[in-house]
Design a binder for this molecule. Structure first.
Ligand code: 0X9
Ligand code: ZN
Length: 306
């Protein structure tokens, strides 16, 4: 088992996934989905009791670290992987559902937050400006869903949407995975931080046809998390992202919804800090890493069983 008492680097997460795939070849498949802008392999796990394709089970897709600085989100995916693969008490979830879990959706940005700039958010794409004065695309504004309607066309901004939908290799990789399984994905979870929120689309403020169901399942996930949360943390707020937070176009969540995924959410995990300030919630206190995984898993299970 992997102790969730610190935040693992890109290479460590890959090594862990490789080890799981070799120890549990019947249930765990490691897939190399392609390369990031700087050439890092983007990997995900298929966790399934069968050959994944075989029984056409519903699929739950979970990703974290699309935004580089949101380190705590890695805990949610690693915890879910551990529970599904190792914990016999959760085997019904494996029996009924196939899982796709991508722990590091933005490896270039993530490594950059370790080596250079802790609060970097975007990917590390260059070539957008002469002399590369500014770089990076906000991957959660680069998907083909209302692209450019509520995002920035200024390269230096943290919400820069890129030159076109899916201009970035990282988002094209997620698009291809979602498209390949769009008929089967029943739940899409894009894990972010921070703010203690469960958000659904659309980022423009209009509601999808199943808005009521999105809300009801969202509330039940939030209740499950709140039941085990740190007492001093905020309760989860559930709602349409434009109402609860702000308008945002081109998100992974809205893209998944647009290709037919019924339940598509962005989680904003808590900041796990008593301190305030705009960036405090991105800094991770080691004592809350496991708690973040544990409590988020309670919500994931409710969504998966919906
Ligand atoms: O702004 C974002 O991309 C997300 N918040 S964060 O603080 N993690 O950056 C929220 C995205 C929610 N989804 C949509 N706006 N559609
Ligand atoms: Zn984010």
């Amino acid at each position: 088992a992997l102790p969730l008492d610190r935040i693992y680097r890109y290479n460590e997460v890959n090594a862990y996934m490789e080890e799981l795939a070799s120890v549990y070849p019947d249930t765990v498949t490691l897939v190399n989905a392609g390369q990031s802008f700087e050439g890092r392999p983007i990997k995900y796990l298929k966790i399934s009791t069968t050959n994944f394709q075989q029984l056409n089970k519903p699929v739950v897709y979970i990703e974290s670290l699309l935004h580089a600085r949101e380190w705590i989100t890695l805990s949610a995916t690693l915890y879910a992987i551990e529970k599904l693969v190792i914990d016999v008490n959760e085997q019904d979830l494996l029996h009924d559902i196939d899982w796709i879990i991508m722990p590091i959706a933005n490896p270039d940005g993530y490594e950059f937050t370790h080596t250079d700039q802790r609060l970097w958010r975007k990917n590390r794409a260059t070539g957008y400006m002469p002399g590369n004065l500014c770089s990076g695309v906000d991957l959660n504004r680069n998907f083909d869903a209302f692209w450019s309607q509520a995002s920035s066309n200024i390269v230096c901004m943290d919400t820069f949407h890129g030159r076109a939908p899916f201009s970035e290799p990282e988002t094209a990789i997620i698009r291809d995975i979602v498209n390949a399984h769009s008929e089967r994905i029943e739940l899409f979870l894009d894990i972010h931080s921070f703010g203690s929120m469960i958000l659904y689309g659309y980022g423009t403020g209009t509601l999808p046809p199943n808005g009521l169901n999105l809300h009801l399942v969202g509330v039940r996930m939030a209740q499950a998390i709140d039941a085990v949360k740190m007492s001093w943390n905020d309760h989860y707020i559930v709602g349409n992202v434009a109402l609860v937070l702000y308008q945002a176009s081109g998100s992974a969540m809205d893209f998944a919804k647009s290709v037919g995924v019924p339940l598509s959410y962005t989680f904003e995990l808590p900041g796990y800090r008593l301190g305030f300030g705009t960036a405090a919630g991105f800094f991770v206190d080691p004592e809350f890493i496991e708690q973040a995984g544990f409590e988020t898993w309670e919500g994931i299970k409710v969504g998966a069983r919906n």
